[in-house]
Write a protein that binds this ligand. Structure first.
Ligand code: FPP
Ligand code: MG
Ligand code: MG
Length: 323
């Protein structure tokens, strides 16, 4: 069963398979240990969402350079994976994609350095693409890091917590997704107008992706996923930030419950149940839909075709996913 069109889907799948092979090769290092550690999170899988966007973006140019397309996909996925090695150190994570995170399997120093190694591999590949790509890659890296710093520090005096959060999400997630779509356009020689549209679309679906993830943390009851992980850790999410912004005195008890220690399982379940029944969930869903509509509006200047259909479908799937 095809998603967009049989031949179109097959070409996307073929390209993803080539990228997958190259990704594993890109992780090879001078020693078997570094190769194994660098492959650890690559082998654990992942949606390869960024490579997919490179492929789809490349449909909006006159002619695709296949070698450059694979390079561009490697650059964004290697950068993403590198950032995950670092992220898991900062979040003191236990698991990543169903496998022990690198910081657990080895230690923090190894995880940081292997992340650096993968970022170095991305840099070698981006060098082959040329200075325009190097510049955009560097600017994206700067945004990723600044988003992560802003998240680490939290909102400062005078910052609106929700605005601060949306900026963090746009920087640490939206920026690299936007660059993935833009790189796709670039390897196909797309016009500046197209690149601008791909950039705006990519950034916005990055925001949609994170915000829908935030809702799922609270609403998911599917086994295999632990609901309330963010809630327990006190990680700000769209619904909890919306609740904290509420002026309604009736919301005070729940606000205080959310701000309290939720390490007790029963207390967490009680808090989750109260949140699920609260109007902020619907309010958050509307906010996700608003960002999705914004993302779709950025597709308007792009020519109709299978690639545009696929991009719109990705956006709509992100909104309606429940796991
Ligand atoms: C996941 O967020 C982390 C990111 C989206 C990017 C983090 C960025 C850096 C660590 C800086 C960039 C570093 C390099 C080497 C490129 P999350 O913790 O909210 O999500 P999770 O559930 O996947 O852990
Ligand atoms: Mg994390
Ligand atoms: Mg993090």
């Amino acid at each position: 069963t095809h998603v967009v069109d049989e031949a179109f889907d097959a070409s996307v799948t073929d390209r993803l398979a080539i990228i997958e092979e190259e990704l594993v090769k890109a992780a090879v290092a001078d020693s078997p240990f570094v190769t194994e550690a660098a492959r650890h999170i690559i082998d654990a899988g992942g949606k390869r969402f960024r490579p997919l966007l490179v492929i789809l973006g490349s449909h909006f140019g006159a002619e695709v350079d296949e070698k450059d397309l694979v390079r561009a996909a490697l650059v964004v996925e290697l950068t993403h994976v590198a950032s995950l090695y670092h992220d898991d150190v900062m979040d003191d994570a236990d698991m990543r994609r169903g496998a022990p995170s690198a910081n657990r399997r080895w230690d923090n120093s190894i995880a940081i350095l292997v992340g650096d190694y993968l970022f170095a591999r991305a840099s070698t590949t981006v060098a082959d693409l040329g200075t325009d790509y190097v510049r955009l890659q560097a600017e994206t890296f700067a945004r990723l890091v600044q988003g992560q710093i802003a998240e680490t520090r939290g909102p400062q005096e005078g910052d609106d917590p929700l605005d601060h959060y949306l900026q963090v999400v746009a920087d640490k997630t939206g920026s690299l997704i936007a660059t993935s779509a833009v790189f796709g356009g670039m390897v196909a020689g797309a016009s500046d107008e197209v690149l601008t549209a791909l950039d705006a679309f990519g950034e916005e679906i990055g925001v949609v992706f994170q915000l829908s993830d935030d809702i799922i943390d609270i609403t998911s009851t599917v086994t295999g996923k632990t609901p309330g992980t963010d809630l327990r850790e006190g990680v700000p999410t769209l619904p909890t930030l919306m609740l904290q912004a509420s002026m309604d005195p009736a919301d005070e008890p729940l606000k205080q419950l959310i701000a309290s220690d939720l390490s007790d399982d029963d207390k967490l379940s009680e808090t989750l149940a109260a949140l699920r029944a609260h109007r902020v969930i619907d309010q958050a869903r509307r906010e996700v839909q608003r960002h999705a509509d914004l993302a779709l509006s950025h597709l308007a200047p792009l020519p109709e075709g299978h690639a545009k259909t696929a991009l719109a479908k990705i956006c709509n799937d992100l909104v309606s996913r429940s796991v």
